[in-house]
Design a protein around this ligand. Structure first.
Ligand SMILES: [Zn+2]
Ligand SMILES: [Zn+2]
Length: 99
């Protein structure tokens, strides 16, 4: 599958795959789950179990997802937040900003 990813998106895949699972927080490397086929920026970092697991996985019975009360958008938000935290030096530990 990796060979079908255009080279311009590969750095993003590498960063997402290095993250912990967005659902259960299992340490990386993770799979990159596509919310939509061929949409390379809406990919979610998932462990094998939360991804393809027959019982817990999104492509299975989604038990872990239900337990955590999460859907794909929730998991994508976790992935994006972790990517941005990496980039900006973990703003959660810093001062709150008023908008
Ligand atoms: Zn997981
Ligand atoms: Zn998937």
């Amino acid at each position: 599958m990796n060979n079908k990813i255009p080279s311009r998106y590969r750095p993003h895949y590498a960063r997402v795959k290095a993250l912990p699972c967005s659902v259960c927080d299992a340490p990386g490397p993770s799979d990159a789950h596509h919310i939509k086929q061929n949409q390379h920026y809406t990919i979610v970092a998932l462990c094998k179990d939360c991804h393809q697991g027959a019982f817990n996985g999104w492509h299975g019975q989604r038990r872990m997802w239900n337990l955590k009360k999460m859907d794909e958008t929730d998991a994508l938000a976790v992935t994006i937040e972790r990517l941005l935290d990496e980039q900006t030096g973990h703003p959660k530990n810093g001062k709150a900003i008023d908008f």
